[in-house]
Write a protein that binds this ligand. Structure first.
Ligand code: DC
Length: 222
């Protein structure tokens, strides 16, 4: 049987970076489920789909084919055959993904894909509802979080280093907005599973967070 580690938590807590590094150490496959929601959001944005129009949404969803390939251990996302891995990382798509993720039909479309990936390999899967909904029997569940201030600061540094003009206040506001939307939606809201281990990385370095997760995994596997 495969081993699954579910990593949930709010936007910008470092889930993907920590999970990716821990997956390399443990020789697990890292699955970024947020990228799947982003891929759907990109299609909806590019095709001007009114997400409140059920018929239009359902027609659009039927036309979306999501492909996932791993290149150099990096998850690449394909939308109807086109590599969209870079294009799903804009702030517009971030907000769009958060809106799309609140729609039950969108979540339903991704459920089987996520479960089948966990059935086929040892995975570290990160998202918002992995421990509570997608993989309720995961052998290890982590709720990885950090304060809003710290998450905004990290995102600000990342964007500044890429040469993207941004303001710390705006980033904080966007993070709070997404937190609120992700944790107040009716379907599969972001919340800590009862049996999830809380990992608050506000005062941890990246290496410390990776070590903490890896250590927990090793304990559970032995
Ligand atoms: O992790 P991320 O920022 O790439 O996720 C993009 C959006 O998708 C985020 O607003 C929350 C949503 N999401 C979700 O609802 N459930 C998941 N399992 C993963 C992401």
């Amino acid at each position: 049987m495969s081993f699954a580690i579910a990593v949930d938590g709010p936007a910008g807590a470092g889930k993907s970076t920590v999970s990716k590094r821990a997956a390399q150490k443990l020789h697990f496959v890292y699955v970024d489920t947020g990228a799947m929601y982003r891929t759907i959001a990109l299609y909806l944005l590019e095709h001007d789909v009114d997400t409140e129009d059920e018929e239009a949404l359902s027609e659009a969803l039927s036309k979306i084919r999501i492909g996932i390939e791993y290149r150099d251990q990096t998850q690449c996302m394909f939308l109807n055959g086109e590599d969209v891995s870079d294009r799903i990382r804009t702030p517009e798509v971030s907000q769009g993904a958060s809106v799309a993720a609140a729609i039950p039909a969108v979540r339903q479309k991704l459920l089987d894909l996520q479960r089948s990936m966990a059935a086929e390999a040892d995975v570290i899967m990160d998202g918002r509802d992995i421990g509570t909904n997608i993989l309720p029997d995961a052998q290890l569940k982590i709720f990885l979080t950090a304060s809003v201030e710290e998450r905004a600061r990290r995102r600000y540094l990342e964007l500044s280093q890429n040469g993207t003009a941004c303001s710390l206040e705006e980033i904080s506001r966007e993070i709070e907005e997404r937190d609120w939307r992700d944790s107040h939606r009716e379907t599969a809201p972001l919340c800590r599973a009862e049996d999830a281990v809380l990992l608050d990385t506000s005062d941890m370095t990246l290496d410390e967070a990776v070590d903490a997760l890896t250590q927990l995994a090793k304990e559970r596997m032995s």
